[in-house]
Ligand binder design. Structure first.
Ligand code: LMR
Length: 399
């Protein structure tokens, strides 16, 4: 009998998305899931992705054969270079291994399974964080501890709490670090703060596991967004990086990702690679081909890479513009409260500071869908709905 089979509540982000899809009100605003929308509110297939698709389609040699367990190696190598740098010394020293994963989620899960097996420890995640983080690490049977990352009063990083946790976590613990554009707060440590974080982590032998889902969205510059990961590698850390190409290539449903490991020496790296492959074999056998082929076509061609960077800027700039517009509307209406964080936060999200009750009220009165914690996917805003959203916020904080 199915004694322990209980009804699992729906995943909050997908539940919200489904509720929004089901809402027939024409004025609804979807600010739920982190997926880019163009200025007409439609999903955007990046022009460079369209081109890469044409190239793939017209290649007579293209086929649907299996790649190895580690996936499309040309893609994973390009992916590792994108985050570690084109001239990565660790890559030259053969201390880096990479394996294709089922987007960022699959890469985090693969890394979590690997750590659970070969380097178990308590996993520290920020509170708030992406809702799936605690679930993934728990599914890998790792103990998960949350710590405050957001100071609601100042609407900045709770940096002292972060340092406290680094200083008091058991030696050897794992820290999940958002490489850039922290989800959901849009707040990243400064370079000096990263340096201090790295120094404590080194002293206390804490293991960095970077989740990199938004490279290109924080500053609009891929290298600048990779700064923290590269700094940690330069400081001699062994680490893991999970990369997603869902957002920066708009390949959401193609599940395109990579797990990269940097290790102390070549021997460990070779062994780690074999274990990555073993874990992949018994879960997905090997990751899907299409999205990885698209990214590979773009990254190995200088002109297409240049175009991709422009496409990325189009997305990042439109989001920045929406931050400014939203802020302007709130300012004009003299909406009670401080709203400067709308423009100072970075990446795809704005962490508004609205309460659970306010989020619910906005949803029922204005058909605006944002996550319970008050996170807004800024890409859901455009010239036609930003004022309407600002008015909803204004109403809710005054009532
Ligand atoms: C999000 O945070 O909205 C995205 O990362 C999508 C997801 O899978 O939750």
């Amino acid at each position: 009998t199915w004694t322990d089979l209980t009804q699992q509540p729906e995943d909050p982000i997908f539940k919200l998305l489904n509720e929004c899809i089901a809402d027939s009100d024409p004025s609804k605003i979807n600010l739920s899931i982190g997926a880019y929308r163009d200025e007409t509110g439609k999903p955007w297939v990046l022009p460079v992705v369209q081109k890469a698709k044409q190239i793939l389609l017209s290649d007579p040699a293209s086929n649907h054969e299996y790649f190895g367990l580690d996936g499309n190696r040309s893609f994973t190598e390009a992916s590792a270079r994108l985050i570690l740098g084109q001239d990565s010394a660790a890559m030259k020293d053969k201390r880096v291994t990479h394996i294709q994963a089922v987007s960022g989620t699959g890469a985090v899960r693969l890394g979590a399974d690997f750590l659970a097996k070969f380097r178990p420890g308590t996993v520290y995640i920020t509170n708030p964080t992406w809702g799936n983080h605690p679930k993934i690490f728990a599914a890998s049977h790792l103990k998960v501890v949350e710590y405050n990352y957001w100071d609601g009063k100042t609407r900045t990083i709770a940096y002292d709490t972060l340092l406290d946790n680094l200083n008091t976590a058991p030696v050897g613990s794992i820290f999940v670090l958002h490489a850039c554009a922290h989800n959901p707060t849009g707040l990243d440590p400064t370079h000096d703060q990263w340096k201090q974080i790295a120094s404590i982590m080194k002293e206390r032998q804490l293991f960095p596991f970077f989740d990199c889902a938004y490279q290109g969205f924080a500053s609009g510059d891929l290298d600048r967004d990779a700064w923290a990961v590269r700094y940690f590698v330069e400081q001699g850390f062994e680490l893991l990086v999970a990369q997603s190409f869902s957002k920066n290539f708009g390949l959401y449903s193609e599940r395109t990702g990579c797990l990269t490991g940097v290790f102390a020496d070549k021997e460990t790296t070779v062994k780690a690679h074999s274990q990555f492959c073993a874990l992949v074999r018994c879960s997905i056998s090997n990751a899907p081909g299409f999205g990885a082929k698209i990214v590979d076509i773009v990254l190995k061609d200088a002109a297409l890479t240049k175009e991709w960077k422009e496409n990325l800027k189009t997305m990042a700039n439109r989001i920045t513009l929406m931050r400014e517009k939203l802020f302007e509307h709130l300012k004009k209406m003299e909406t009670p409260g401080i709203w400067t964080h709308i423009t100072s936060q970075i990446g795809m999200f704005s962490y508004t500071g609205l309460t659970l009750a306010q989020v619910a009220a906005i949803k029922s009165k204005f058909h605006v869908y944002m996550t319970d914690e008050g996170r807004v996917s800024m890409a859901g805003l455009n010239e036609s709905n930003v004022k309407q959203f600002a008015e909803a916020v204004d109403w809710v904080v005054r009532n």
